[in-house]
Ligand binder design. Structure first.
Ligand code: GDP
Ligand code: MG
Length: 163
């Protein structure tokens, strides 16, 4: 099976929360793969009968700013190599950060589809705050709340079209 979806983004945007929501109650087997991919969690999910593997990146142990940059870069490069669709997650409560812009820069090299996922849009009244993320320049833009699950259906409808 080659339906692989990776979630990338800076720490605390909600990648693991989203990942857990997707693998929950399905095949909740989450492996910690050793070696080069030790900081990645793999889980199984499906949407309307389309099974896929989802990768949660991160879990970094950060020694310094530099080490962090290297780690993020590695995770993004692996995601570009390994997955069919990349979910680039940002945090609507914090807003657009320099680190988001750096991740965006790395993802522009990808020939794989990149879907921008603006997380922590917990209420419709937060929608107006999301426009600054259009500046990142990704055509496909989704707003979700990983906590409540809202918006995830629309996102997954799009994801499965890329398998
Ligand atoms: P990661 O570092 O990107 O994996 O982020 P986590 O999944 O660990 O989440 C970081 C924090 O954001 C946690 O306190 C989560 O509970 C919180 N969080 C995640 N998703 C949402 C959301 O949709 N809304 C709100 N309000 N908080 C969220
Ligand atoms: Mg995490």
């Amino acid at each position: 099976m080659s339906n692989i979806v990776a979630i990338v983004g800076r720490p605390n945007v909600g990648k693991s929360t989203f990942f857990n929501r997707l693998v929950q109650k399905r095949q909740a087997i989450v492996d910690n793969v050793s070696g080069v991919t030790r900081d990645r969690h793999y889980g199984k999910s499906d949407w309307n009968g389309n099974e896929f593997t989802i990768i949660d990146t991160g879990g970094y142990i950060i020694g310094s700013e530099d080490a962090f940059e290297v780690e993020i870069r590695k995770q993004v490069e692996l995601a570009i190599e390994e997955s069919n669709v990349i979910l680039f997650m940002v945090d609507n409560q914090v807003g657009l950060t320099d680190m988001d812009k750096e991740v965006a820069q790395l993802l522009r090299k990808s020939k794989k589809p990149v879907l921008l996922v603006v997380n922590k849009v917990d209420s419709n009244k937060n929608i107006d705050d999301t426009y600054e993320f259009y500046n990142l320049g990704f055509e496909q833009f989704f707003t979700v709340s990983s906590q409540s699950g809202s918006g995830t259906g629309e996102l997954l409808d799009e994801v499965v079209t890329h398998f």
